[in-house]
Design a protein. Structure first.
Length: 235
């Protein structure tokens, strides 16, 4: 409601200022014309009337221009972007003044691809508080999120690809597991026998790492007849 009032007030004062300015220019031009015409006889009452007519829009213009302060002008444009928080509103200025949101944003900037539970631990917030602040940042397009298997990961508005790669490397500690994952990424639809041949590892070893990747939802399995094809869950 407050934002709507500010908007109406802003445009009303701006419109009044513009109308007053136009009238001022018209009357001033008319006065110049009258004084330049030698054939026109101007008595004292006519001059007084012209001066009064000139003063009215001048006073209106000056008063509205004074009322239309820089603060009000900037407040309107800041308040254009807000989200509702109960009965109050959050502007972009409010968002970046909150310590909890700044802490969350710092964590995401320093660790692109960080997942929800890690943010919960590092920011020392309860689930409800964290989710509210994350929703606020997401609604204003300050951060982005993606679903990777069972995890929801967050990253700045830059490139999600780098964030996902960092996330993979953080959770896949085994070099062999990472090699299997990269092979599946390079050859979508590959089966375990082909991976075994490419990496020169036994089928049991490959099966162990594939099962680990399937369990963490990094990859998915599709059956095509008797063949089991492997793909990344998040290409």
């Amino acid at each position: 409601m407050k934002s709507r009032y500010l908007k109406i007030s802003f445009f009303f004062k701006l419109g009044l200022s513009l109308i007053s300015l136009v009238l001022l220019v018209i009357l001033f031009s008319l006065l110049i014309y009258l004084f330049r015409e030698p054939d026109l006889f101007l008595d004292l009452s006519t001059i007084r009337l012209a001066v009064i007519l000139l003063l009215i829009p001048t006073l209106i213009f000056v008063s509205t221009l004074t009322a239309l302060t820089v603060k009000e002008y900037s407040n309107y444009f800041i308040r254009r972007s807000y989200i509702k928080e109960g009965r109050s509103y959050l502007s972009l200025v409010d968002i970046f003044q909150n310590e909890s949101r700044l802490k969350i944003l710092t964590e995401i900037l320093n660790n692109p691809g960080i997942h929800h539970n890690e943010l919960l631990r590092s920011c020392n917030l309860n689930k409800g508080q964290l989710q509210w602040h994350l929703d606020t940042l997401l609604k204003h397009s300050i951060i982005k999120k993606a679903k990777y298997g069972q995890y929801t990961i967050y990253f700045p508005i830059t490139s999600s690809t780098d964030a996902i790669e960092l996330f993979k490397n953080q959770f896949i500690k085994s070099k062999t597991t990472l090699e299997v994952l990269n092979t599946i990424k390079k050859y979508p639809g590959i089966n375990s026998a082909e991976i075994s041949r490419i990496l020169n590892l036994s089928r049991n070893t490959i099966k162990y790492h594939i099962d680990k990747l399937l369990e963490q939802h990094y990859i998915r399995l599709e059956k095509k007849g008797r063949v089991k094809e492997l793909y990344l869950s998040y290409p």
